[in-house]
Design a protein around this ligand. Structure first.
Ligand code: 5RP
Length: 219
């Protein structure tokens, strides 16, 4: 299902485009297929949203550029952890949320590729909201985040504190069902020490869902 969604997104690609390349196992299928098209003569410039994606895209032979040199991206293809009926998202499972959100914000079209397990009745029920914070004073930042109604946990990977590509920490914040994601997104980002959070509100144009019934497209 991830593969079929990831590869379907190639239908949105046109020669000469600047394309934001998201992060994760679903969009990895997009990137690998894009690499095949590039080898066949397609010319695009990819803007990677993480070091992981940068490596994958380079290995696939995709020409990469910097966001600062391509401030209006034609199309971004990315994954998500949760998608609601308004096409709002929780992202950040892979820790790349800050770069992903910057790239999404500067994209003319944002296409999300997921398998059907990511469709939810409400954001926050099954997945915590990842919040990238600077290391300085992170325990104070965590305490303040918790006043917004969550339990916040410092992300670790096999016993080591997880460090983002921007050299920051991630606090995974369990809110349970989020009723007003738009306000929460803003309130989280008002806390000093917070760099960005994984709520993507009003940024998405299409969601490609790989399901047992085949591909479903939500616009
Ligand atoms: C990375 C992300 C990913 O897009 C999200 O975690 C989905 O990943 P996958 O396609 O592997 O399920 O937000 O920060």
């Amino acid at each position: 299902m991830k593969r079929s969604a990831g590869e379907k997104a190639l239908e949105y690609v046109e020669d000469g485009m600047t394309i934001g390349l998201g992060t994760g196992s679903t969009v990895a299928y997009t990137i690998k297929k894009l690499g095949e098209l590039v080898k066949g003569g397609l010319f695009i410039t990819g803007i990677p949203t993480s070091l992981q994606t940068k490596k994958l895209a380079t290995d696939c032979g995709i020409t990469l550029g910097e966001l600062d040199d391509h401030t209006l991206i034609d199309l971004t293809i990315d994954g998500a952890d949760e998608v609601d009926s308004n096409l709002n998202l929780v992202k950040g499972g892979g820790g790349a949320l800050t770069r992903e959100k910057i790239v999404a914000y500067h994209s003319a079209r944002e296409v999300i590729v997921i398998d059907e397990s990511k469709i939810v009745r409400g954001l926050g029920i099954d997945f915590p909201v990842a919040v990238e914070v600077v290391k300085y004073g992170y325990l104070a930042t965590k305490k303040t985040l918790e006043t917004l109604g969550c339990n916040a946990e410092l992300r670790t990977i096999v016993g080591e504190v997880y460090i983002t590509d921007n050299s920051n920490y991630i606090l995974d914040c369990e809110f349970g069902k989020i009723d007003d994601a738009e306000t929460l997104e803003k309130n989280i980002n008002c806390i000093p020490g917070v760099v960005e959070n994984g709520l993507f509100i009003g940024l998405v144009d299409e969601v490609i869902v790989g399901s047992t019934q085949g591909i479903i497209i939500r616009e």
